[in-house]
Design a protein around this ligand. Sequence first.
Ligand code: AQP
Length: 332
Amino acid sequence: MTRIFSGVKPTGHLTLGNYLGAVRQWVAADQEPDEALFCVVDLHALTVEHEPARLRRLSRQAATLLLASGLDPERCTLFVQSHVDEHTRLAYLLECTATDGELRRMIQYKEKAANAQAAGDGVRLSLLTYPVLMAADILAYGTQEVPVGEDQRQHVELTRDLAVRFNQRYGHTFTVPRATHPAVAARVMDLQDPTSKMGKSHESGAGIVYLLDEPEVVRKKVMRAVTDSGDGGVVYDREARPGVANLLDVLAACTGGEPGELAGGYQGYGSLKRDVADAVVELLRPVRERHAELAADPAEVERVLRAGAGRARELARPVVDRAYAAIGLLGR
Ligand code: AQP
């Protein structure tokens, strides 16, 4: 049995990128009771400008969407990060393990710090340190596998480095986890800017398909996707034709098949876009329908999250206590 942990941060409405890159893998994971933990990582959403009421709304919505996507609370543990104190307890010990230099090398820190500065906002210290909190999220559960999109590869590498360093210095305490990525669509790109990742906190929604978009909205966004000028028909070339390659990746992720082979079935971009739009609408239809049912019963979602937090605490506490003892702190 494999212990799995992953999370999503409530910085915006969940996107097709979140679904194909991460959530669908979570649902597919062979979930034995207690072996898979999934988390709305709300503390991570505090690292950039945020509005408290919106954060609360988005946290509930993210949890509801994870259930609507098919996570079964009888077979996995679903909870909210801030409900389990062990994450921040462990993060401090890992801050004492990490170095300033390795955190400043994180690509997401560099990008988001530049964005904050360009907007005239201060760069929150937590933006620099949150990859350590993410490492704590993962290591607190003895996690072996972390199913994530491609963009999280560097953060999981840091987690591994911290686990190894801590174990070498203080004795074996943490399982060293590894990232797993889907075979296709591990990095879904923005439909309007196919050189940038589709990210839920990005400003313009025109290139972002949200899981709760109405079918007509999804169609419009896909039909208006930026493709590449160029002769030679529909070919799969991520470097030279990123827009078309992105559409082929999404199609392959929705319908199966291999993006390069799917390309051969199209003469032009119009028919490709129509098929992508149909496939995405059909993929998301059951999620939207189930979300509507679950959103009508928020008490049930809260009950699931409370039970999940209780279970997560039981699993994390002994691991974090062990780390406190190993590093030289007196037991309580
Ligand atoms: N475009 C994507 N393609 C594939 N996987 C993706 N993921 C996110 N975007 C894509 C994966 O979804 C999981 C949760 O993501 P997140 O909540 O950590 O980040 P986000 O959706 O990308 O949100 P933000 O706020 O817009 O963050 P930044 O700006 O940091 O990207 C993760 O497994 C992620 O890999």
